[in-house]
Design a binder for this molecule. Sequence first.
Ligand SMILES: [Zn+2]
Length: 150
Amino acid sequence: MLKVKYPRITNEWTSLKKKNPSLAQVVWDLQVFVKDSFKKDVIITHLFRTQKQQELFYGKGTKRKSPHQYWGAVDIRDSIYTSDEIAYLKEFLKAYDNYNNYRLMKASMSRTVLRHNIGHGMHFHIQFYNKKGQIPPRQIFFTEGTTIVA
Ligand SMILES: [Zn+2]
């Protein structure tokens, strides 16, 4: 199941489906994968970021831009997964790199998933942008209903 940390993220998720449908599809596919493979949820902890919030992270007047400010990234909680699950989750998302055009924004090249801590705890930062506006094909490595036995 796809869950959110704060109620306002529910509205942001609705907007994301219009602003960046390919990213919404990636996160949705991840949710299906996690549910079928680990019987766990995907919890969105951060989605859209205003300039004011960006300055809270990086200091007032920062020139640094985040893909979150362009509907280009979604953060999800990682503390609910085992280290094996984290590895599978990263592999699943790395498969989207070939379709990712985020290099246009120089956001960590075109990597779809980063696991990092910018001061509020370790989390997965998922960024995806497909310049043609096409939703990437569903990953076929794990079919729905498949359970990974670690
Ligand atoms: Zn992020």
